[in-house]
Design a binder for this molecule. Structure first.
Ligand SMILES: *[C@@H]1O[C@H](CO)[C@@H](O)[C@H](O)[C@H]1NC(C)=O
Ligand SMILES: *[C@@H]1O[C@H](CO)[C@@H](O)[C@H](O)[C@H]1NC(C)=O
Ligand SMILES: *[C@@H]1O[C@H](CO)[C@@H](O)[C@H](O)[C@H]1NC(C)=O
Ligand SMILES: *[C@@H]1O[C@H](CO)[C@@H](O)[C@H](O)[C@H]1NC(C)=O
Length: 389
């Protein structure tokens, strides 16, 4: 009241204008990039339906906490990429491989569970790794981009309302979360940690090629997750690859986590190199490893319990059985009995099914990374387009 009465005084009017301006800026600047689309590449950490479309749906109880049924994700609910999309008020990403019900207006997801950067020499059936390795995801992206340009040229094609605008390919955010399976694939083939380590330069080299190609097609904003501490995941620990003395004080396999960090080191060097090679690109490297490791090793502090146990699984120290996955049944007296059920409260668990994180963990991880505290450069995701200002 007081203020309104005297608001004709120029000094105060100016103060008010400045203040309003600041508030307006703060609101707009929360997400100054305003990405119209997200194009994601990766493995199960960010698969929103790709592997399910190609090889059969990830069944119940996957999806139960948020989608109330299977939703193409290996999780009880949303993944980090879902929280990223929601933070930009974009719809959740459709999987590129999903033929029905998909809408790619605000981007597409090329990730599939089990994907590696390098193509594998084994089939999905033999080893569990996806044939949609990063180079294949790139072929798909390439074709998608080419066809969108054609579709957008047509006046009234039915697909116009299902694809991004052509300019959104340069204005969009390109996200990556891939590499973990390249390392585990080697270990599961009984290669030693040193042998897998020796393959890392080739792995990050192939990653680099894909980023360069996307840049050549106009991509400018890249958000790259490093790989997590897979030595703390039941599916790795339960394989009896562990020998005594390799388990750290938190119960994780030290040499595997060191391998993950070795990969991350090389990935970071690759990102530095890419920044030099691609001057118009804003490339953000996100240290997912540290976030996940903090969560697992200080679970109680962050409100979680049993960091090394799967919520949905069956038996053993980790509630995980390689042969009876989440939702798995066994025949007892001729009847199929569900033995690998979800736990009572996934909201306090970190590990969902022995391989993947719960929605609650994903939300926590997203909350840590969104403001840039784990990024290089340390800028929030809303500024991940900073080279375009
Ligand atoms: C697959 O085999 C080829 C030919 O031997 C080899 O060059 C390549 O590195 C192998 N890929 C992987 C992922 O092991
Ligand atoms: C796809 O989504 C966009 C944006 O959410 C919407 O405008 C468009 O109508 C949708 N397309 C169809 C065919 O429903
Ligand atoms: C790796 O070694 C284990 C234990 O010796 C063996 O059971 C398994 O078949 C081997 N895996 C491969 C792919 O050779
Ligand atoms: C980022 O967010 C996390 C989680 O909310 C918080 O702990 C951290 O202090 C924030 N960092 C900065 C730099 O704002």
């Amino acid at each position: 009241m007081e203020f309104r009465r005297r608001s004709y005084f120029p000094a105060e009017a100016i103060t008010l204008l400045l203040l309003l301006n600041q508030v307006a800026n703060a609101t707009i600047n929360k997400h100054p990039c305003n990405f119209p689309a997200i194009f994601n590449f990766g493995d199960s950490n960010s698969d929103t339906g790709g592997l399910s479309a190609a090889f059969g749906q990830a069944g119940a109880p996957h999806g139960e906490s948020f989608f109330h049924g299977p939703a193409g994700r290996y999780c009880d609910g949303r993944l980090v990429i879902d929280f990223i999309a929601q933070s930009f008020r974009l719809p959740l990403l459709s999987a590129f491989l999903d033929a029905l019900g998909s809408n790619f207006t605000h981007g597409a997801n090329f990730a599939t569970a089990g994907s590696t950067i390098r193509p594998q020499n084994t089939t999905l059936h033999q080893s569990g790794f996806s044939p949609f390795s990063l180079n294949v995801q790139w072929y798909q992206f390439n074709d998608f981009h080419r066809r969108v340009r054609t579709i957008r040229d047509e006046d009234d094609g039915v697909f116009r309302r299902l694809v991004p605008k052509v300019e959104d390919f340069s204005r969009g955010l390109y996200t990556f979360d891939i590499g973990q399976n390249d390392l585990t694939a080697g270990l599961f083939l009984n290669l030693t940690v040193d042998q897998v380590r020796a393959s890392v330069p080739d792995i990050v080299g192939q990653f680099k090629t894909v980023i360069k190609d996307i840049y050549d097609q106009g991509g400018r904003s890249f958000w790259i997750h490093n790989t997590g501490p897979f030595g703390c995941l039941p599916y790795v620990m339960a394989r009896q690859l562990i020998t005594a003395g390799q388990v750290d004080k938190y119960g994780c396999v030290g040499p595997f986590n060191e391998l993950a960090q070795f990969f991350n080191h090389r990935l970071k060097e690759t990102v530095d190199q890419l920044r030099e090679d691609l001057p118009k690109a804003a490339i953000t490297y996100v240290d997912i490893y540290s976030v996940k490791y903090a969560l697992i090793t200080q679970a109680t502090r962050y409100g979680f319990v049993h960091p090394l146990r799967a919520c949905c699984g069956h038996g053993g120290k980790y509630n995980f059985n390689l042969h009876i996955g989440c939702g798995g049944k066994v025949k007892i007296n001729g009847k199929d009995i569900l033995v690998a059920k979800a736990c009572e409260d996934p909201a306090v668990m970190i590990n969902w099914d022995g391989i993947h994180y719960t929605q609650a963990a994903n939300k926590w991880i997203f909350d840590q990374i969104v403001n840039g505290s784990f990024s290089d450069p340390p800028i929030p995701i809303g500024l991940a387009c900073h080279k375009q200002f």
